[in-house]
Design a protein around this ligand. Structure first.
Ligand SMILES: Cc1cc2nc3c(=O)[nH]c(=O)nc-3n(C[C@H](O)[C@H](O)[C@H](O)COP(=O)(O)O)c2cc1C
Length: 331
């Protein structure tokens, strides 16, 4: 069965270069969500803030940009800029757990304030020429919060609701709350996309069996670790040598794409380390190699790391799950 699979946004990792390269080298993905845009002056829009999603024609895969604002003038300005550029769909980030944003009612910090959400929707819905979807959690401080928020959202023509079944205080740790997800799935009038802890295709199939009403799935760290996850979910199989070639092609494309942008070896190394922080987990024993990359400061020693790591055997699902459960700290 063909499932609708989206790649989750990751600030600092899933840049345009990464998203395009991912789509080109790793089959199975239907859409990607871009990391959030913020800091747009409503009267004087600075296009450099949009450089990750503009020009529209550079997207090789259906791309949905995201905002994290609660200022209706800023949201309207962002939506107008994106609509002019050719976009048809925008996503509101109501999930970001970082206190820097959440303390200002942004990201998941808005969830305890359903009235503020209603006021904002009243302002923006008639004025944004784009489909609006929302990416959220069960709450900021407790999992009941989404209940009142849903009563508001159900009154508007929201295109899609993406639910990550944790609360903000958990960030990305601790168990996901499947019962909470089940409850809100039943209450939502909007089509719901599931996001959270899909670390291998078996986990996906367990979730699919539990939530047959869900037709759309968002993969995050699971795909950053194992970029063949979308293919495995879709039932597309690739030989190990094909997989190795694809990872090498992807890595080289991301490397040169970032190199063209940053023109600074230190930043280039920083961004490649962020990519490999996750992707080393697709290889059995990749973590030891990654320890070596951590101290790498120039592209020559980086190249040796990249050429060597792709020769390792691929990790099993059990190894990937164990790697995941050890706790990913890049947050
Ligand atoms: C480093 C990092 C950056 C993230 N950036 C964003 C972002 O810009 N927008 C967003 O909606 N979610 C962001 N997320 C959350 C992910 O998109 C995703 O919802 C989360 O990792 C849960 O999915 P997973 O368990 O499949 O990884 C980020 C997460 C991490 C760890």
């Amino acid at each position: 069965m063909n499932s609708n699979i989206s790649l989750a946004p990751f600030q600092g990792i899933t840049t345009k270069v990464y998203r395009n390269a991912f789509y080109r080298h790793f089959p199975g993905l239907d859409r990607v969500f871009a990391p959030f845009i913020s800091g747009v002056h409503p009267e004087k829009v600075n296009l450099s803030v949009f450089e990750d999603v503009l020009p529209f024609r550079e997207n090789e895969v259906e791309t949905i940009p995201q905002f994290v604002s609660i200022d209706h003038r800023e949201v309207i300005a962002i939506a107008a800029t994106l609509a002019d550029a050719g976009y048809e769909h925008i996503n509101w980030n109501m999930g970001c757990p970082f206190s820097r944003l959440a303390n200002k009612k942004r990201g998941c910090g808005i969830l305890p304030f359903p009235d503020t959400i209603r006021t904002l929707l009243d302002e923006i819905m008639p004025r944004i020429p784009l489909k609006l979807s929302i990416k959220t959690r069960l709450g900021y401080r407790n999992p009941d919060e989404l209940g009142k928020v849903l009563q508001v959202l159900n009154d508007y023509p929201i295109h899609e609701l993406i639910i990550h079944p944790r609360i903000g205080l958990q960030r990305y740790k601790g168990d996901t709350n499947s019962d909470g997800f089940a409850e809100y799935l039943g209450l939502s009038r909007m089509p719901v996309t599931y996001n959270g802890d899909i670390f291998h295709a078996t986990r996906y199939r367990e979730l699919q069996a539990r939530f047959p009403a869900v037709k759309s799935w968002m993969v995050g760290r699971g795909a950053l670790i194992n970029p063949f996850l979308p293919a495995q979910i879709q039932g597309i199989s690739l030989s190990d040598s094909e997989k190795r070639e694809r990872i090498a092609g992807f890595e080289q494309e991301v490397f040169s794409g970032i190199q063209n942008r940053v023109k600074n070896e230190k930043k280039l190394m920083g961004q490649m380390k962020a990519v490999w922080y996750y992707m080393n987990g697709v290889f059995s024993g990749g973590k030891q190699y990654f320890q070596g990359l951590k101290v790498c400061e120039d592209s020559r020693s980086y190249r040796k790391f990249a050429d060597d790591i792709v020769q390792l055997p691929f990790a099993s699902d059990e190894e990937i799950e164990a790697y995941w459960k050890l706790g990913l700290k890049h947050i």
